[in-house]
Design a protein around this ligand. Structure first.
Ligand code: CTP
Ligand code: MG
Length: 233
């Protein structure tokens, strides 16, 4: 199926506490956003990539994409007030012929080609799918500092991106959320509230979202590990 990707990279990165914008922060000499875009560039199942960055950053982003020779990033959209607004703007720029839309956080450079392939395949089959990992800790519901309930862990997943949706339904879900003033914390939740099923595709704990300075240390370890495994091969 014809699949377009939206990469959202229009956040302010405030929790990273860096003077360089998070999106452009270099990890082993390569900007974070380029690392993420490179994976989508290589994916056989992605036809085009819409990059969402803050409006004032669009020209810089275009230059960077050109500098690194990426060819699949063919449209740019300005960021919104919040992540949901940025995805909404990205949707407006997606090729109308797209049958599936993949949404991915620019801040998750460790997504793999296999994960992209699997989540796209499952969304094609079920209408929507998201990468997720089983929760490792025991999770409790708390009110006023008192535990109300221990939720059986076997039923809990942490969801990541990529999340992939049938295009027409994703457009509908975002439009309805906007009209009704509904704010979700991910795209799948907008979909779920319309009663559409979302398939879970088990991913990897490596697909972290670089959020706080500690995450840069973890990223360095992952990269070190990758280059060592390359050397062994
Ligand atoms: N994002 C976006 N537009 C926004 C807010 C967030 O495109 N208005 C993107 C971010 O660029 C990031 C992804 O959504 O790739 C996940 O958001 P998060 O990790 O929270 O990044 P930031 O919002 O940039 O960071 P912070 O919350 O620390 O400011
Ligand atoms: Mg944020």
């Amino acid at each position: 199926m014809k699949t377009s990707a939206i990469v959202v990279a229009a956040g302010s990165g405030s929790r990273m506490q860096s003077n360089v914008k998070k999106t452009y922060l270099e990890i082993n000499g390569i900007p974070l956003i380029i690392r993420t875009l490179r994976v989508l560039e290589q994916s056989q199942v992605i036809k085009e990539v819409v990059l969402v960055v803050a409006e004032q950053d669009i020209e810089d982003a275009k230059r960077l994409v050109e500098q690194y020779g990426l060819r699949k990033i063919n449209r740019y959209a300005p960021g919104g007030e919040d992540r949901q607004g940025s995805v909404y703007n990205g949707i407006q720029a997606v090729d109308e012929q797209a049958e599936l839309i993949l949404v991915h956080d620019g801040a998750r450079p460790f997504v793999t080609l296999q994960e992209i392939e699997r989540v796209v395949e499952q969304a094609g089959r079920y209408g929507a799918a998201t990468i997720a990992t089983p929760v490792k800790d025991t999770v409790k519901k708390v009110a006023d500092g008192i535990v109300q309930e221990t939720i059986p862990r076997s039923s809990l997943y942490s969801v990541q991106t990529p999340q992939v949706f049938e295009a027409a339904r994703l457009r509908e879900a975002h439009l309805k959320a906007r009209e009704q003033g509904y704010q979700g914390t991910d795209d799948a939740s907008l979909f779920e509230r319309l009663g559409y099923p979302v398939r879970i595709v088990e991913g990897s704990y490596r697909n972290i979202k670089l959020t706080t300075p500690e995450d840069l240390l973890i990223a360095a370890v992952f990269l070190q590990n990758e280059s060592e495994s390359l050397r062994i091969r």
